[in-house]
Design a protein around this ligand. Structure first.
Ligand SMILES: Nc1ncnc2c1ncn2[C@@H]1O[C@H](COP(=O)(O)OP(=O)(O)OP(=O)(O)O)[C@@H](O)[C@H]1O
Ligand SMILES: [Mg+2]
Length: 525
């Protein structure tokens, strides 16, 4: 083994400073073997290069000053001070443990062998996500999906590889049977699964169907305030009445719900302002809303009920204004099945609608989980939109609830963000597994150190220099020790990649030229 340098001092078992002849690349795995201070055996420490510098051993100007410059024709030697973050120590023939002994001065530093890396990381899980960095080490990294009930936080700057990691996880978790739902804020997850089976990916409309939801759930979504129990119950009864009226006629007349709603709207002489500007779907939603409001009014008998009706109607109006509703379509959650990836494309909606739709979906998933359905993996990108510090939207509380209760009922929340600094720490602190990709802004690195208490400053030091697709993974899903991973590149996820502008432009120009020449030729003829 080649010696890369020697330990100079180790202020504690986690950190060693080393002098080397030349700088070592940040994030490289190295090892140090030293005598067990208590026994006869040897301990091998596995560490990662967390800082790397370069300087003259003695300043040339100083040599000049003391009149020794160039004495004997020798150049002053250069040296490289290096900081190491110690990940684990392995006692000969034993299991890896967190470091307990500081590495003694003068211990040689060597490249980490594949054998050592295997013994530290080889006990991991069942789902492959990539290889230890750099890939040429040939050591596979597998995560433990059982631990995902403690959720996952993926953070990284634009283009650092977050969506690629999501695609890898979605594909490989669904391959072992997990139902995965991706809340697709940018419309970028029309992925081709690695096994080529496109039937596993279900693209759905981001709309909700009040006829296909339980009245209890939809009334909870419309009136979430815990104290408003009576209002909520009154609304649930109204929804139940209206829905069973509609379904009753559908059955009797052997027709469809949309026809029945149109019929009922004309019976009740419901007029919609500017109805001619609305599409049929939107018009039906308006009819349903008006019918619901009528039902709330008709059902209110006592003076208390009448008083509550006004507040309920306000809430109903607000909900229908904010949430895309369908009468003819399926609920997004309807498609969620083991072994499939349901992609809910919300890219066409405004931010407020995105929040409401996500809230509805998460509420529904929670109800389903509590009723004993298969544990689900829910991916939410653009976290600041839903979990921003300043945001006072019910979706935040709902996600928090999903994180808290999902742990009991088996809901895995994957939150993805490129701006961790703007997230509400109260919610994000519920996420206890991590993947940190490149982040350049100091505030963001600080924020993730705040969120992941185990992320040491010296390890966080390498975050700004991580190449695309390289991540520090931590938490129980990653095993006992943080690992530096080159995430596999998902072959079937093309959207989201930076377009090769130069190539496109030059091709376009060629086409444009050809077009002109053709036109010229044509006009001559
Ligand atoms: N694991 C990887 N291995 C190799 N290249 C990768 C990897 N992950 C990402 N890349 C490269 O980086 C590009 C951007 O990746 P990705 O779309 O996942 O970034 P992102 O973090 O989601 O960015 P944004 O914040 O803009 O959505 C990819 O198109 C690919 O070229
Ligand atoms: Mg992305």
């Amino acid at each position: 083994m080649s010696v890369l340098g020697y330990v100079f001092e180790s202020p504690n078992p986690r950190v060693s400073s080393v002098f080397s002849e030349a700088p070592l690349p940040l994030g490289e795995y190295v090892s140090m073997k030293f005598k067990d201070p208590r026994g006869g055996g040897f301990i091998t420490a596995l560490a990662i290069v967390s800082n790397s510098g370069y300087r003259l051993a003695v300043p040339t100007s100083f040599l000049r000053y003391i009149g020794r410059e160039g004495s004997g024709g020798v150049e002053p030697p250069k040296l490289s001070p290096i900081a190491l973050y110690v990940i684990a120590e392995v006692l000969e023939g034993g299991f890896p443990e967190p470091p307990r002994y500081p590495v003694p001065p003068d211990t040689p530093v060597e490249p980490a062998s594949a054998g050592l890396l295997e013994s530290v990381y080889g006990l991991g899980g069942v789902v492959r996500i990539g290889g230890l960095a750099p890939r040429k080490l040939g050591v596979e990294v597998r995560v433990n999906p059982d631990k995902l009930a403690k959720h996952l936080f993926i953070a990284g700057a634009t283009g650092s590889g977050k969506s690629n990691l999501v695609a890898i996880l979605a594909d490989r978790l669904s391959a072992i049977g997990a139902p995965v739902l991706i809340f697709d804020v940018h419309g970028e997850y029309n992925i081709m699964p690695e096994d080529g089976d496109t039937s596993k990916v279900i693209l759905v409309q981001a709309k909700i169907n009040p006829l296909k939801m339980s009245p209890r759930v939809i009334s909870t979504i419309i009136i979430p305030e815990p104290a408003a129990r009576r209002q909520r119950r009154q609304l649930a009864v109204a929804i139940k009445t209206l829905n069973s009226n509609i379904i009753g006629v559908v059955r009797k007349e052997k027709t469809s719900p949309d026809r029945v709603i149109e019929m009922m709207a004309s019976q009740h002489e419901i007029e919609i302002e500017e109805a001619e500007d609305l599409g049929r779907e939107e018009l039906l939603a308006e009819y349903y809303k008006e019918l619901l409001i009528k039902t709330v009014k008709i059902n209110a008998h006592t003076s208390d009920e009448k008083k509550r009706a006004d507040t309920i109607i306000d809430k109903v109006e607000e909900f229908f204004e904010r949430t895309p509703v369908t009468i003819t379509g399926e609920q997004p959650t309807k498609h969620v099945r083991p072994g499939t990836i349901t992609v809910v494309d919300v890219s066409a909606l405004d931010d407020e609608q995105k929040r409401w739709i996500l809230k509805v979906i998460v509420d529904e998933l929670l109800v389903k989980l509590k009723e004993g359905e298969t544990p689900i993996v829910l991916v939410v990108e653009e976290a600041p939109l839903f979990l921003g510090i300043e945001l006072g939207h019910p979706v935040k509380t709902t996600l928090q609830k999903f994180a808290r209760e999902g742990r009991k009922f088996g809901g895995c929340l994957i939150i993805v963000s490129q701006r961790p600094r703007s997230l509400d720490i109260n919610v994000v602190s519920q996420l206890q597994n991590f993947a940190f990709l490149r982040m350049v802004q100091e505030e963001d690195v600080k924020a993730v150190m705040n969120i992941a208490d185990n992320l040491d400053q010296s390890l966080a030091n390498i975050i700004p220099t991580l190449p695309d697709g390289r991540a520090i993974i931590m938490g129980e899903w990653a095993g006992r020790f943080p690992a530096l991973v080159d995430i596999d590149l998902h072959k079937g996820k093309k959207v989201g990649a930076t377009p090769p502008l130069t190539k496109i432009w030059s091709e376009m120009r060629e086409k444009e030229k050809m077009g002109k020449e053709e036109r010229v030729v044509f006009s001559v003829e």
